[in-house]
Design a binder for this molecule. Structure first.
Ligand code: F2R
Ligand code: MG
Ligand code: MG
Length: 307
């Protein structure tokens, strides 16, 4: 494929926001209930265009990487706090960590105390990782390091961090044009339970599986390991941004987040032009709306080209 790299950068960020906004009105719904809201897949209209915590935090990641020309943990945590709007629907763990950092705890330590000292394995670090995936797309080692560090702000559990690293690497491979051979490359990269999950993705892609089986085997939940592999599956199974993202959301569950993660991978692979215009136009505008998100993608591209 011959797609403009800048369009892949902006596509990853706008694709993530579009998937988030499309999935937001049905977050937590069953597959049947999503169907009753959106109807059968094909020509879905976006309902409201308002994005959620997934995009608000992704904006913070991008702003911080741009301003610091790389990772700065204290600044990224500060950006999360500056952007924080509780009405966007944050996970309980992330809310608590941001409260602790606001109260003076360090960005590295605050997340360690959560969930009885285990740290969070929620998908909140993976859902916001697109800027890391595009900026470090050509260096897997640095990508994993920055994915882990940016996750640490809210998600100290290794499965939360590794889920974010896997999502970032999927985006990186998409930028490089890898689709047919994405899974073997991801398997060589993945650690922990994610390797098993990727074997399941591979097996399920081998047949024309029903949605019910995908939900049971891969999951649609709020844990990183029940949602990142599902987004990878949706990207691998379909050939357009629209089909993959609508499919991911049609499964129900954590629809805004699985929609955002699928949208980020698809946007990175197909480029911004492949995202349905009617969805982009409906995505909220305003101070940090669609134009601003596109600008963040342009800036990250400029930094990549002129480090
Ligand atoms: N929070 C929501 N949606 C519900 C509210 C939406 C509603 N429309 C509203 O406006 O109020 N969505 C967002 O949260 C998810 C990301 O969550 P994050 O940031 O990972 O949070 P958290 O709390 O750290 O983890 C999520 C849950 O996972 C379980 N969990 C995590 N680690 C655990 C551990 N070590 N042991 C046991 N359980 C663990 C917990 O149930 C956590 O609460 C996204 O969907 C985003 O869209
Ligand atoms: Mg959300
Ligand atoms: Mg969600």
């Amino acid at each position: 494929m011959d797609i403009d790299l800048e369009s892949q950068f902006t596509g990853a960020l706008i694709g993530s926001a579009v998937g988030d906004a499309l999935g937001a009105p049905v977050e937590g719904y069953s597959r049947e209930k999503v169907n009753s809201v959106y109807g059968a897949r094909g020509d879905w209209e976006m309902k409201s265009g308002r994005y959620t915590d997934d995009t608000e935090m992704m904006i913070g990641v991008a702003e911080s990487l741009i301003e610091n020309r790389g990772f700065n943990g204290a600044d990224m945590a500060h950006k999360f706090i500056l952007n924080y709007d509780v009405s966007r629907g944050y996970g309980p763990g992330s809310k608590e960590v941001l409260r602790r950092i606001r109260a003076g705890e360090s960005w590295e330590a605050a997340s360690e105390q959560l969930f009885f000292g285990e740290g969070s394995y929620g998908n909140g670090a993976a859902m916001r990782i697109a800027p890391v995936g595009i900026l470090y797309f050509d260096n897997a080692e640095v990508l994993r390091e920055i994915a882990y560090k940016s996750s640490q702000i809210t998600h100290a559990h290794v499965l939360g961090k590794e889920g974010a690293a896997l999502q970032a690497y999927s985006i990186a491979l998409a930028v490089q044009g890898h689709k047919e051979d994405m899974l073997p490359r991801l398997k060589a990269f993945a650690k922990e339970i994610y390797n098993e999950k990727l074997n399941t993705v591979e097996r399920l892609l081998g047949g024309d599986m029903e949605e019910k089986e995908i939900i049971t085997e891969l999951g649609t939940g709020v844990a990183a390991f029940d949602s990142v592999p599902t987004a990878i599956y949706a990207f691998c199974r379909f050939d357009t941004f629209e089909d993959a993202v609508a499919y991911a959301i049609s499964l129900g569950g954590d629809t805004d987040t699985i929609g955002a993660m699928t949208g980020a991978i698809c946007g990175a692979f197909y480029g911004e032009e492949a995202i349905p215009g009617r969805w982009i136009e409906k995505l909220e505008e305003g101070e940090k709306g669609r134009s601003y998100i596109k600008k963040l993608g342009n800036e990250l591209y400029r930094i990549k080209m002129h480090p």
